[in-house]
Design a protein around this ligand. Structure first.
Ligand code: SAH
Length: 417
């Protein structure tokens, strides 16, 4: 079967990032197109000299015109290298899912104490726009781009065909939120395969039991944020916990208590979770109870308002893990100002020698911008601050080295004197 793919030819000077492994072709990088294609179709991408960089899924609605799927001559189906049909794409998806599962096995996931982790990290697993989080036996799938959404049946089938401990029994799709508008597809949150998708289960609440680094959780994928949990912080939670023995901890923007629970587990004397979401705090309390952890208090409040009203120097550890402050380049200056004020307030709340764990998930704020901002906050707070750890998302969220956009998470652990 040979189907002729449309060819996207890049402008001079625009091919290098792609040769280096950057997975996106921006619409502005395209010189011309040979042939025609439909939104979501597979296309070939070449440099100005006509050399094949690889194949990807195109969506002319998006600024990201093509998301790369294969490199150079890598066939979709090694048994039929010329085949670029839907059947061949199905085989590629199945192969990529097996590769993703094999990488998680090398990382040591799942483990006895960790059954909640990211199985597929989109571009980082060469499955652009596809996120799969595993919560025990259930896979929560989210599409953030049209291409693989159009091939969703192949994704669901491929997941259920995995072997070993990463094989889910049920698959849930989590709605794509803002992405579906940008990309032009409809998506809803629903159980799609397995026992959870049986008629008698539909419409019932879903709570998925799983574990993270020894903490037992029940994740609510239908009403939660992201796919139900912020899995990218797992290693940072464990790291912070090591510093929490006997500490009075404040976990601001706590969601369901990710940092708080790990801090209590590792010996914190008491933890206050602050979040604007009552549902998230209800989860946090349920999680503490489930693990027999005492000393958790929750406050439903705006983070800034709460920090402003705190007694100065009243805490040993403060965590601030806010939602994205910068959504577009034009927001950057305001976002950095917001982060600086927030970090100043957090430092004010710390006793001398206390620890600040500060995070940013704004991809537009670079690691250096973030460190400079923290230094500015220290100046505003009149405190001497030293950096102990600087990390990012965990290894189950891998990214190509030529794709800094994919390394969105910044986590700094500082001592505030
Ligand atoms: N630290 C969490 C993840 C935080 S995500 C974890 O480890 O799982 C960001 C959280 O900020 C969300 O739970 C959201 O409900 C909360 N949030 C958003 N705006 C807020 C505000 N103005 N004040 C307090 N919390 C807010």
């Amino acid at each position: 079967v040979r189907t002729k793919l449309a060819k996207i030819i890049l402008k001079r000077g625009k091919a290098n990032p792609l040769w280096h492994g950057h997975p996106w072709v921006y619409s502005g990088a395209v010189d011309r197109t040979d042939g025609t294609y439909e939104p979501g179709d597979l296309v070939e991408v070449t440099d100005p000299e006509g050399r094949l960089i690889g194949r990807g899924l195109a969506n002319p609605r998006s600024q990201i015109l093509v998301r790369m799927l294969t490199r150079k001559e890598e066939p979709l189906d090694p048994d039929q290298p010329e085949d670029t049909s839907g059947a061949a794409l199905t085989k590629l998806i199945a192969r990529r899912l097996r590769e993703a599962a094999a990488l998680r096995a090398r990382i040591g996931l799942p483990a006895e104490d960790t059954t909640a982790f990211r199985l597929v990290n989109a571009e980082g697993d060469a499955l652009p726009g596809l996120i799969v989080d595993l919560y025990g036996q259930v896979a929560a799938v989210q599409f953030t781009a049209l291409g693989l959404k159009r091939a969703e049946q192949a994704v669901f089938d491929g997941l259920l065909a995995l072997q070993g401990p990463t094989r889910p029994t049920s698959v849930i799709e989590v709605g794509a939120g803002g992405f579906s508008q940008i990309e032009g597809f409809a998506s809803a949150t629903r159980a799609v395969r397995g026992p959870l998708a049986e008629p008698e289960a539909l419409g019932k609440p879903i709570l998925l039991p799983c574990r993270e680094a020894g903490v037992s959780l029940e994740v609510d994928p239908l009403h939660g944020q992201k796919t139900g949990m912020f899995l990218d912080q797992r290693d940072n939670r464990v790291l912070l916990g090591r510093y929490c023995k006997g500490a009075r901890v404040l976990d601001v923007y706590s969601y369901a208590g990710g940092f708080a629970l790990q801090a209590l587990r590792q010996g914190a004397s008491q933890v206050t979770c602050v979040d604007s979401s009552a549902r998230a705090l209800e989860r946090a309390r349920a999680h503490a109870e489930r693990n027999g952890l005492r000393g958790l208090e929750t406050v439903q409040a705006d983070a800034f308002r709460h920090l402003e009203a705190l007694t100065p120097m009243s805490h040993d550890v403060v965590v601030i893990d806010p939602p994205k402050f910068a959504r577009a380049h034009k927001d950057l200056a305001a976002a950095l100002k917001g982060y600086r004020r927030l970090n100043t307030l957090a430092m004010n709340a710390l006793a001398p020698g206390g620890l600040l764990a500060t995070c940013s998930c704004s991809q537009l704020v670079g690691p250096e911008d973030f460190e400079r901002m923290v230094a500015g906050a220290a100046q505003d707070a009149g405190r001497r601050v030293t950096l102990l750890h600087s990390t990012s998302q965990g290894p189950d969220h891998p990214v190509p080295p030529a794709f800094p956009e994919g390394r969105y998470l910044k986590f700094l652990l500082l001592c505030v004197h």
